[in-house]
Design a protein around this ligand. Structure first.
Ligand code: ADP
Length: 159
């Protein structure tokens, strides 16, 4: 079975993430969306909430599973027998860091990284930008799945 992982914070999942996950699911037999547990970084949604949202919006693909991990991604890959990491590349600004990570992960454990160029519709899109724009009342309904939009507005109204 050909497996790949799409790692990230997904706080919350956006249409940019889904675009990459969906395209990866057409290439691989099984795609794991792995939510990074990072206690040092504050987040709007808990890991459990992010996982639940991801499960809802990826259910229709049929071959996408959602999980979480902490520590090194390559250790997670080794445990789950996943040889490939799939990442979306938005702009040249993503490239430097992603290149370093990919080379490090290959050097550490022989795990390959496949880069997909982002759909131009979402090349400016990140979870942080969505949260920032929504905080100030901007319309982000076209950037996240409908249910994510609803829970995002509810959560922001409470914080
Ligand atoms: P962000 O807060 O920037 O959305 P994440 O850590 O949640 O960051 O993103 C996880 C991964 O998803 C990124 O490393 C990138 O590979 C991919 N990704 C995120 N947003 C997009 C997008 N708009 N287009 C393509 N890929 C994306």
């Amino acid at each position: 079975m050909r497996r790949a992982v799409c790692p990230g914070s997904f706080d919350p999942v956006t249409l940019g993430h889904l675009d990459i996950v969906g395209r990866a699911s057409a290439i691989y037999d099984e795609v794991t969306v792995a939510v990074l547990v990072n206690k040092k970084k504050s987040s709007l949604f808990t890991v459990e909430e992010r996982i639940e949202l991801l499960r809802e919006v990826t259910a229709h693909y049929g071959n996408v599973v959602v999980d979480s991990f902490h520590g090194l991604l390559v250790d997670y890959c080794r445990t789950k027998d996943i040889p490939v990491i799939v990442k979306g590349l938005r702009a040249i600004s993503d490239f430097d860091y992603e290149l370093q990570m990919a080379q490090m992960n290959h050097g550490l454990a022989g795990v390959e990284t496949l880069f997909m160029t982002t759909n131009p519709l979402y090349s400016f899109l990140s979870s942080s930008l969505v949260k920032e724009v929504a905080t100030y009342g901007g319309d982000v309904s076209g950037l996240v799945p409908p249910h994510v939009h609803t829970v995002l507005l509810e959560r922001l109204a409470r914080v």
